[in-house]
Design a protein around this ligand. Sequence first.
Ligand code: C2E
Ligand code: MG
Ligand code: MG
Ligand code: MG
Length: 276
Amino acid sequence: RAKGQPKASFHIWASDINARMHDRLAREVDLRQALLHERLEVHYQPQFAFDTGRMIGMEALMRWEQVPGQYVPPSEFIQLAEESGLIVDMGAWAVRQVTRQLASWLAAGLQPVPVAVNVSARQWTNGEIVQVVRLALRESAIPPALLRLEITETVAMGEGDQIIGLLHDIHALGIRLSLDDFGTGYSSLAYLKRFPLDELKIDRSFVTALPQDQQDAAIVHATVALARGLGLRVLAEGVETQAQAEFLAACGCDGAQGFLYSLPEMAEAAALRLQG
Ligand code: C2E
Ligand code: MG
Ligand code: MG
Ligand code: MG
């Protein structure tokens, strides 16, 4: 092996890392600015009940308008926000934004459906979330039942008892809790007994290959049975085809959201779906 080789490749490796770190830092600064200057938005995706066909809720999904009219989806910035800790402030902003929106829909004489806000594990370990929600409810004066929080199984892997206490505090405020992306985490099922949940959301990864895929079909059947047994509502996400919807409804799923029904849409468009 040539003498200079390891050194040269180390050099390339180091400058590559350096460039990536620089890139990452620049993006983080950008995101911080976006939060500060209200270039983050909340879009709303409606959720429908299979039995009545009616809209039963909406999920609030964050968007970053990095360039005017161009929205960066969370899949491209939530991880960065989580790693940098920025998610704590962004998440607080999302709760406030949604409660303000609900208050303004109510003030306009509309009848809003409950809106679900995603909350990262980091926001629970930080512990501020209960205060954030309490304040947002007080400022907006909306009925607490109009707000729902979506948590993931990763929350169950954190400092168990302390977080369970926070979940109960939230629940005591009259806010309902959904378990998002069910079955994609690494936790045991034991937490299902201890979390004050009222809904399970079947992850899109189990829905995509329905109705053909036997394994996904089995997972969906088992999830619905589990939810039923625990007295929880089950919602499927990422429903894109009529065949998927029919299969899920036949399995006993309560409802769904997905591109079959609607993309996440801006508040103004979402408002048109609400009854006056
Ligand atoms: P999630 O909470 O599981 O949200 C569902 C994601 O699936 C959304 O992606 C939504 O746009 C997408 N989706 C809905 N229906 C379909 C469909 O039929 N087909 C396909 N291919 N996708 C569909 P999005 O908006 O990119 O968000 C990705 C993830 O980012 C969310 O997954 C959630 O974990 C996170 N996220 C979004 N907003 C927030 C937020 O305000 N706070 C936190 N902490 N996380 C957020
Ligand atoms: Mg969600
Ligand atoms: Mg999900
Ligand atoms: Mg998902």
